[in-house]
Design a protein around this ligand. Structure first.
Ligand code: NAD
Ligand code: TYD
Length: 339
């Protein structure tokens, strides 16, 4: 089977994807991970494979042509997860987002072209479509990003499509909804609220808590990526939905109920600027290929709460010993309460 390069493979979805690939009946012959190990990357997520002869970890930046070029040697297919990913961080400053999500995507893709890589899957997001108040966005919907994060991801998508059209690079793009599950750095809604609740801290709910996201369990997303990698049409874009829309109040109540913590932990805070009200994708195209998410939100949330309860060391190391976590938490949440 193939040699797959997983860029950004030490992050949340990337590390789950590596576990998913190795767990397949016929795993790839080799998996190389190229990851810069930013604040969000964690090599220990991949500890299980460190001594596996089919695994290779390279610490490096996708913006560095030399690191990217070297990582691509002997590779058949690339899956690019590497990105700056937190909307709130992109509001304070977008330089790293544009550098990695746009420029980095370009450099990795250019190196892939030079090295004759057979297939390049760019992992994108439904956030490129912007807020969808009603109905759902299909793959032809206009790009209408609201945050610098989403705009950077849209830039990466456009570079990928241009490389397909101009250079004939075999590119596929997936645009998935919100993921949750094990190994998610505790800054996004679900892991932040679980770990805050487990340490009796307040849960900072933005605005009226009525914003809606369509949640997908990370393993289902990994399966969708693998399907598109194997069977997607060159140049094709594939939306991936979870079919599990919930608003933030519902998600928060779900977490507190599972952890048996009081609702009084919920603290309304100032809303996020340009906060997208709702994300929803039309994912008929990938469903026609046989994909269907297998985990309901209630099952997935229970599994996720359980994982964080069982892996306290993993997230306490980040929350208590990582100065970057503390710096951003104070910057973003101090003095944000509205009542
Ligand atoms: P994450 O922040 O957990 O991980 C990102 C990884 O990329 C980290 O390991 C980091 O070290 C690495 N990285 C960052 N900059 C790099 C660079 N310049 N060179 C090499 N490595 C670099 O992110 P995630 O939530 O796992 O998201 C992965 C991908 O999936 C992203 O492209 C994101 O846009 C997309 N996505 C995420 C979601 C979600 O809900 N989390 C939904 C849809 C799409
Ligand atoms: P997030 O996990 O940051 O993902 P997205 O990229 O979809 O914004 O946020 C999910 C939802 O949760 C979004 O509507 C913003 C909201 N939210 C809060 O209410 N409080 C928080 O502290 C965070 C991080 C998010």
């Amino acid at each position: 089977m193939r040699h797959v390069l997983v860029a950004g493979g030490a992050g949340f979805i990337g590390s789950n994807f590596v576990h998913y690939l190795f767990g397949k009946e016929t795993p790839p012959s080799r998996i190389t991970v190229l990851d810069k190990l930013t604040y969000a990357g964690n090599r220990s997520n991949l500890a299980k494979w460190e001594n596996d002869p089919g695994f290779c970890f390279i610490q490096g930046d996708i913006r560095d042509p030399k690191a990217s070029g070297e990582a691509l040697q002997g590779v058949d297919a690339v899956v690019n997860f590497a990105a700056e990913t937190h909307v709130d961080r992109s509001i304070y400053g977008a330089t790293d987002f544009i550098n990695t999500d746009v420029l980095g995507t370009y450099i990795l893709m250019e190196e892939a072209r030079k090295n004759g890589i057979k297939r390049f899957l760019q992992v994108s997001t439904d956030e490129v479509y912007g807020s969808i108040e009603q109905g759902s966005a299909n793959e032809e919907a206009p790009l209408n990003p609201s945050s610098p994060y989403a705009a950077s991801k849209a830039g990466g998508d456009l570079i990928a499509l241009a490389y397909h059209k101009t250079h004939g690079l075999d590119v596929v793009i997936t645009r998935c909804t919100n993921n949750y599950g094990p190994y998610q750095y505790p800054e996004k809604l679900i892991p932040l609220f679980i770990t805050n609740a487990l340490t009796e801290r307040s849960l900072p709910l933005y605005g009226d808590g009525g914003n809606v996201r369509d949640w997908i369990y990370v393993e289902d997303h990994c399966r969708a990526i693998d399907l598109v990698l194997e069977k997607g049409e060159s140049g094709g874009i594939y939306n991936v939905g979870g079919g599990q829309e919930r608003n933030n109040v519902q998600v928060t109540h779900g977490i507190l109920d599972l952890l048996e913590k009081p609702k009084s932990l919920i603290t309304p805070v100032k809303d996020r600027p340009a906060h997208d009200r709702r994300y929803a994708v039309d994912d008929k195209k990938i469903r026609a290929m046989g994909f269907k998410p297998s985990v309901t939100f209630e099952e997935g949330l229970a599994k996720t709460c359980h994982w964080y309860q069982e892996h306290r060391d993993w997230w306490l190391r980040i929350r208590e010993r990582d100065s970057e976590f503390k710096r951003f938490y104070e910057l973003h949440y101090n003095n944000r309460e509205t009542s």
